[in-house]
Design a protein around this ligand. Structure first.
Ligand code: CP
Ligand code: NVA
Length: 318
């Protein structure tokens, strides 16, 4: 089997690689006309398997792959043999004979690990119950577009200790930021991921802090981030919502942030639940930049994983 690299969580990149992947994405976004000639995925088909719905991930991958000269192939789980009459590992081995890389949106994180183990081509996690690294890459890119000195940035997370927080925490720590998250008791993030983010932060000058008080997290923050309280796959946990009283990002809460703060949300948003219209539609909101940046960040990380020589050549020019 050829050596290949996967992206299952942001921790699969070193902090230095991650920073360069973000810089590459920002340069690519600014370079009008670049993708008329830079086509590192020419001749490759990139497959994407979805077990859950998606708007941003699916469209940003399809369009990004097309811009890089590749062919996107989207496979909905209900239409393929995966999980019904074929194991994940066998599916991975078969798909590796056709595809240049595979992206996978799944329920249990162990499933994307199995796909990566069985595949001889790069596997990219397009969201699991534990990680959402493509989102974090776009989010850190968006923060970098708005602020010069990332080491001086405080990111406040208010809400559930979920998949999006896990990779945001790893990414913020990798770039030396402070991340202060406020979660209700019983909805803390995975302790192994927090511990890993702390280890990364020790080397980069970043920090990771937890509170159960949203005001404490948001105090003087440059970035205020929230996500849905009930993630895909948790629809049976409707009562969970009761624990999130006081965790809505509203005008009163963001009044505690720095006056130049930006509001972030991975989307889709449940307006009136975790965030008010007044905040998400305010001049501080960058949620649609985040959505666009999914495409640029994924173009960078796909090229990095699939065609590192072309990725490096572009990086050297910029
Ligand atoms: N943020 C995000 O992953 O959106 P989709 O579920 O629409 O892909
Ligand atoms: N935490 C959310 C993110 C959706 C993009 C979920 O997993 O459903």
């Amino acid at each position: 089997m050829e050596s290949k690299r996967d992206l299952l969580s942001i921790d699969d990149f070193s902090p230095d690689e991650f920073k360069k992947i973000i810089d590459w994405a920002i340069s690519a976004k600014q370079d009008d006309g670049l993708f008329e000639e830079f086509m590192p995925l020419t001749g490759l088909t990139i497959g994407s398997i979805y077990e859950k719905p998606s708007t941003r991930t699916r469209v940003s991958f399809e369009v990004g792959i097309d811009k890089l000269g590749g062919n996107p192939l989207t496979l909905l789980k209900g239409d393929i043999q995966l999980g019904k009459s074929e194991s994940i590992e066998d599916t991975a081995a078969v798909l590796s004979r056709y595809l240049g890389a595979i992206t996978y949106r799944c329920f249990g994180h162990e499933d994307v690990e199995k796909l990566a183990n069985g595949s001889s081509v790069p596997v990219i996690n397009a969201l699991s119950d534990k990680h959402h690294p493509c989102q974090a890459a776009a989010d850190i890119m968006t923060i970098a577009e708005n602020f010069n000195e990332l080491s001086e940035i405080k990111v406040a997370w208010v809400g559930d200790g979920n998949n999006v927080l896990h990779d945001l925490m790893l990414g913020a720590a990798a770039l030396g930021m402070e991340i202060h998250y406020a979660v209700p008791k019983g909805f803390e993030p995975d302790e192994n991921i927090v511990s890993r983010a702390n280890d990364i932060a020790k080397n980069t000058g970043g920090s990771v802090k937890m509170t159960h008080d949203p005001i404490e997290a948001v105090k003087d923050a440059n970035v205020v981030y929230t996500d849905v309280f009930i993630s895909m796959g948790e629809e049976h946990l409707k009562d969970k919502i009761e624990a999130f009283e006081g965790f809505q990002v509203n005008e009163e809460l963001v009044a505690n942030a720095d006056s130049e703060y930006i509001f972030m949300h991975c989307l889709p948003a449940h307006r009136g639940e975790e965030v008010t219209d007044g905040v998400i539609d305010s001049k501080n909101s960058v949620v649609f930049d985040q959505a666009e940046n999914r495409m640029w960040a994924q173009m960078s990380l796909m090229t990095f994983l699939i065609h590192p020589v072309a990725w490096e050549a572009f990086a050297e020019l910029n």
